[in-house]
Design a protein around this ligand. Structure first.
Ligand SMILES: Nc1ncnc2c1ncn2[C@@H]1O[C@H](COP(=O)(O)OP(=O)(O)OP(=O)(O)O)[C@@H](O)[C@H]1O
Length: 351
């Protein structure tokens, strides 16, 4: 369901902005500080309920009492309003009780700083990206994930208080092992797609392998680890083993990708991984996400940019991408150009 119209009020440097979107390519063009990322972040907030910042407070335009983002999606209308700690999300006028429901309404894949460099980022960055692909492909995963998070919070609260009988291990183990198993299945499907994408870009054979460390000691079950480390966990008030500590590692010919690849190649690998996740959704006949790309041209040479737009074009996704100059947009794609300055839409052109 493509996004047709976007309206933003009081988000960062934007006072009020409305645009009519192209069903495929939407290029946000402007100098540093023009408001491109603010448009992308507004869309991200609308599709996930979450910001890219440490706190939603930083999203609200200075001096405004609230912010509002809304969109028309074919015949539907989605709106999110935030005033202080209160957030209200409405879909066709009806309140959405949970931001999780946005997964169905406005699927998004956001490529911005940390997650387009996620191969070189933290284990948490990589877990977030890994889990993104599974949430959208497998709704049961989202349910198991929430069960795990709840059980883990309760176990940690018990570890800190030291009160009563320890009742949470079974729930942590059942959901934790299910998460690990589903992550492995997802990675087995993603790997050949990533390799094929890379090889189309480079023209050379790519000896990539993906290794998922489960988050608990190899050779032991999660239950064994929780029992073994219970005293240590109690002392620290924290559960040390589980899929919340998992790490996804990228190796090229058996060596850490981080030690082998250049910055630009690491970004291409991160992008190939994200594209592969969308390909899997497409193969399964699931709705495709809108792709948000901040700083499209960063670290990519012209051939990598051409490769990327060609692959996105083949997928048939709707894209919103930020560039600092129109010259960074590959000639191969047409679409709409939105020229921004000081948080305002100055010009809208179709190419
Ligand atoms: N809460 C706020 N209220 C008003 N202005 C803000 C707020 N937060 C950030 N800004 C301003 O918004 C501008 C940043 O906009 P944005 O990050 O969207 O720019 P950009 O076009 O993506 O730039 P770049 O190309 O450098 O990434 C900055 O000038 C910043 O000072």
């Amino acid at each position: 369901m493509p996004l047709e119209e976007l309206h933003i009020q009081s988000v960062r440097c934007i006072e009020a902005l409305s645009l009519t979107a192209n069903s495929r390519w939407n290029w946000l063009v402007g100098a540093n500080g023009a408001g491109k990322s603010s448009v992308l972040e507004a869309l991200h907030i609308l599709g996930t309920g979450q910001t890219w910042r440490h706190s939603p407070r930083y999203v609200q335009r200075d001096g405004a009492g609230e912010y509002l983002v809304s969109a028309r999606l074919s015949d539907h209308f989605l709106a999110l309003r935030r005033r202080g700690e209160e957030r209200e999300i409405r879909y066709d006028g009806e309140p959405l009780v949970s931001a999780w429901m946005l997964l169905d309404v406005l699927p998004l894949q956001s490529l911005h700083d940390d997650n387009s460099h996620f191969v070189a980022g933290t284990a948490e960055d990589r877990r977030r990206v890994l889990d993104w692909g599974i949430y959208y492909a497998d709704r049961y995963y989202g349910m198991v994930f929430r069960q795990y998070r709840r059980a883990l919070q309760q176990r940690n609260a018990w570890l800190k208080s030291g009160q009563g009988r320890q009742p949470w291990d079974d729930a942590v183990i059942a959901a934790g092992e299910e998460i690990q198993q589903r992550r492995q299945v997802h990675l087995a499907a993603v790997l050949p797609e990533v390799i094929a994408l890379w090889e189309r870009w480079s023209g050379a054979v790519f000896g990539l392998s993906l290794h998922l460390h489960s988050g608990w000691k190899e050779g032991l079950s999660l239950g064994d680890c929780l029992r073994r480390d219970q005293e240590q966990d109690r002392e620290m008030g924290y559960t040390h083993s589980g899929p919340h500590r998992a790490n996804l590692m990228f190796r090229v010919h058996g060596k850490a990708a981080l030690d082998i690849l250049s910055r630009g190649q690491l970004r291409v690998l991160g992008l190939a991984y994200r594209l592969a996740q969308v390909q899997i959704l497409k193969q399964a006949g699931l709705p495709l996400p809108i792709i948000l790309i901040d700083d499209f041209a960063a670290e990519l040479d012209a051939s990598a940019r051409d490769w990327w737009v060609k692959e996105l074009d083949l997928l048939g996704v709707q894209v919103f991408a930020a560039v600092t100059a129109a010259g960074q947009i590959p000639a191969a794609v047409s679409g709409s150009h939105f020229c921004l300055a000081a948080g305002q839409l100055e010009k809208e052109t179709a190419s």
